[in-house]
Design a protein around this ligand. Structure first.
Ligand SMILES: Nc1ncnc2c1ncn2[C@@H]1O[C@H](COP(=O)(O)OP(=O)(O)OP(=O)(O)O)[C@@H](O)[C@H]1O
Ligand SMILES: [Mg+2]
Length: 253
């Protein structure tokens, strides 16, 4: 966690990100850091630009300006495939597995996209990712037959199959019941203990409360609060712009 001093080493840093889509200001000079070994939560109203930010961090969306640094390397000009190979994995807000491919085949495809390895090694890596995400019993089940929790787990397994050091999660707890959120929390914590850091966009506050070292709140193109979960969740600006908004009310139950 430390680099010889007491300052935690940042695995990932986004510096001075500026992003507008039409008239919508997503980011107006946003800085975000993910220290190695940590879980950073991101909250904010619907449409604030959280998913867009994950796109900027994973390489699928271009910002107007700003710098993205991963493992001390400037990756701003690299696309998704190169960033994935370096170790940035992501999940998508709406999981869309291939109906006819099995869980195993999904993970295998992800392994093969990440790096060239022998057939036996790619099979081993795929199985390991599936195990780490709690899906081993469904290894031969096709995507079309998975319930929501298992589709979310498959999203994570596809990201974990890249052998990442950072995973960007986009609302993996959304739509799950209380027990299922608990299972997801366990998976994320165990992956963190095995060395994966997370930037987790989530409306299910309980999930971030149970896992995040820090939370940032994006609203109106700025981080209006950042700090420990308690500090951010009790911050007046967060209460006003997020907890009081229909966006949160509709997801809070
Ligand atoms: N490709 C695009 N073209 C036009 N507008 C877009 C595009 N992508 C995102 N937007 C707009 O940018 C804004 C931010 O969207 P984004 O999906 O990043 O928000 P979000 O914070 O993830 O919201 P939610 O909490 O609902 O998932 C929204 O106003 C959205 O309509
Ligand atoms: Mg989103």
């Amino acid at each position: 966690m430390t680099n010889g001093s007491l300052i935690p080493h940042n695995l990932f840093e986004a510096r001075n990100i500026v992003k507008r889509i039409g008239t919508v200001v997503i980011a107006d000079g946003v800085d975000i850091q993910v220290p190695a070994g940590s879980i950073v939560g991101m909250i904010g109203p619907n449409g604030a630009g959280k998913t867009t930010m994950l796109g900027i961090f994973s390489g699928s969306v271009k910002a107007q300006s700003g710098t993205v640094v991963f493992q001390d390397q400037d990756v701003t000009s690299l696309g998704t495939a190169k960033r994935a190979r370096l170790g940035i994995g992501r999940t998508f807000q709406i999981p869309r597995p291939f109906d006819k491919l099995t869980v195993f085949e999904h993970a295998l495809l992800a392994v093969q996209q990440a790096r060239k390895v022998s057939t036996s090694e790619s099979h081993e890596r795929a199985i390991l990712a599936i195990e780490r995400c709690g899906l081993i019993k469904l290894v031969n089940t096709v995507g079309g037959d998975l319930r929501l929790l298992d589709r979310k787990r498959l999203e994570m397994a596809r990201a974990v199959a890249l052998d990442p050091s950072l995973v960007l999660l986009d609302e993996v707890a959304g739509g799950l019941n209380n027990a299922e959120v608990g299972q997801l929390i366990e998976i994320v914590l165990s992956l963190r203990d095995e060395g994966i850091s997370f930037l987790w966009v989530e409306h299910v506050i309980r999930a971030l409360n149970a896992t995040a070292d820090r939370i940032v709140c994006l609203s109106g193109g700025r981080l209006i609060a950042e700090g420990s979960p308690a500090e951010v969740l009790e911050h007046p600006a967060v209460i006003e712009s997020y907890f009081g908004s229909p966006a949160f009310m509709s997801t809070a139950s």
